[in-house]
Design a protein around this ligand. Structure first.
Ligand SMILES: Nc1ncnc2c1ncn2[C@@H]1O[C@H](COP(=O)(O)OP(=O)(O)OP(=O)(O)O)[C@@H](O)[C@H]1O
Ligand SMILES: [Mg+2]
Length: 373
């Protein structure tokens, strides 16, 4: 097992973070599968999985609900789970998670209805910046505190900075909070919103509002803030509990990166921020590396060598083969330099995953990743 696998072993919660497209969803699903193969009741909470991966996990139409991956599907992929092992999957539905959260906090059905039917709320719960991150954390908290999974793996949206991720609940809540109501409430009531909005200047609330234009927006905002009155403290307390959970030793963050300069920069930033915030980085994963496949001294694949030795192919062909090999080795050299830069971080378990021949879209592919991560 890799060092990352070992460090995740005792954790109950793994959170895969990293920049866009590096393999967070793939690695998250693979870690959950490995847990199931080790006899755990394991769940992966995915975000926007590729369509084929979603079907491979039996998620085609299930949305926000957890569903067990049928044993028959696992068997077809050659996988047998030991007693106690089961693999569950779900897709995070941001809007639905917001609605559940409102239902949880609303003091009465009327208040709940006023919020759920508010048009600004409906837009906000789909499109507000940070909303996705906030709901991912919220769902994780719910799963961790109310279900009996032995392992929960959270996939995350492609966020550029770890701090955005950790601060999203507070930023979103501040927008809905007492301060916005204090500034905007009286002005909204008196129809003098224009001047007051100027006071918001470049704040998060102003930027958030700018996304939702339209004649009725301000009235909707007034109604939403009023409906939220008194609920804010409950939300805030829960967000604090989520953050507290993130710092517990049962939680391990897995920072996924590709061996490219920008991705490594972002991974280093994630690592630094998470560590500074008191979170445990349980592993660094470099995914889709060319490097390990093409070390400087790599011989040509055996079949190619035999063909050349047998005098097959023209000089032109072998010239082109040599160019291709040199190009691959150049890429591998550049990747190795980036990997070394990332792995200069002391102490954190790490693993390099080679680029597989095809995308990872089925349980068989996930099993290959699971055996290496
Ligand atoms: N080791 C690998 N070898 C080959 N293909 C891979 C590997 N890891 C991931 N992929 C493929 O790369 C693509 C992106 O992976 P994935 O969806 O897991 O990334 P992501 O970080 O979740 O992306 P996003 O930020 O958009 O959510 C997918 O098609 C996946 O199958
Ligand atoms: Mg993803």
């Amino acid at each position: 097992m890799s060092a990352v696998g070992e460090s995740l072993g005792p954790k109950r919660i793994a959170v895969c973070v990293g920049s866009g497209g590096v393999g967070k969803t793939t690695v998250a699903a693979a870690i959950a599968l490995r847990g199931a193969l080790q006899g755990k009741k394991a769940l992966v909470c995915t975000i926007d999985p590729a369509h084929r991966l979603a079907s491979a996990l039996g998620l085609a139409a299930l949305g926000n609900k957890e569903a067990v991956v049928p044993e028959e599907m696992l068997r077809q992929a050659g996988l047998t789970l030991p007693p106690g092992g089961s693999l569950h999957a779900m897709m995070l539905d941001v809007k639905h998670t917001w609605d559940e959260l409102i239902a949880r906090h609303a003091p009465d059905p009327e208040r709940r209805r006023r919020i759920l039917e508010n048009r600004l709320y409906q837009q906000m719960s789909r499109a507000l910046a940070g909303s996705h991150e906030y709901m991912a954390m919220e769902k994780l908290y719910e799963l961790a505190t109310e279900r009996d999974y032995g392992l929960i793996v959270l996939d995350t949206p492609p966020t550029a900075h770890a701090l955005d991720f950790l601060d999203a609940p507070h930023r979103v809540l501040d927008f809905l909070g007492d301060e916005s109501l204090r500034i905007l409430g009286p002005a909204l009531a008196a129809g003098r919103i224009g001047m007051k909005l100027l006071h918001l200047g470049g704040t998060y609330a102003a930027r958030a509002l700018a996304r939702f234009t339209g004649a009725e927006t301000l009235n909707e905002l007034a109604a939403l803030l009023q409906a939220f009155e008194g609920m804010y403290d409950g939300f805030k307390a829960r967000a604090a509990a989520v953050r507290e959970l993130m710092g517990q030793s049962q939680v391990g963050f897995v920072v996924v990166a590709s061996p490219q300069p920008m991705s490594v920069d972002e991974a280093l930033f994630f690592h630094r921020t998470l560590t500074e915030e008191g979170m445990t980085v349980a592993g660094l994963v470099v995914n889709r590396a060319t490097g390990p496949l093409w070390p400087e001294s790599a011989p040509l694949p055996e079949g190619v060598e035999l063909a050349r030795a047998a005098g097959e192919g023209s000089a032109d062909l072998w010239g082109r083969v040599a160019l291709t090999v040199a190009e691959q080795q150049r890429i591998a050299r550049a990747e190795r330099a980036e990997i070394a830069r990332l792995f200069a971080v002391p102490g954190t378990p790490r693993v390099i995953l080679a680029r597989l021949e095809s995308d990872v879209h089925d349980l068989g592919g996930l099993a290959v990743v699971a055996s290496r991560v």
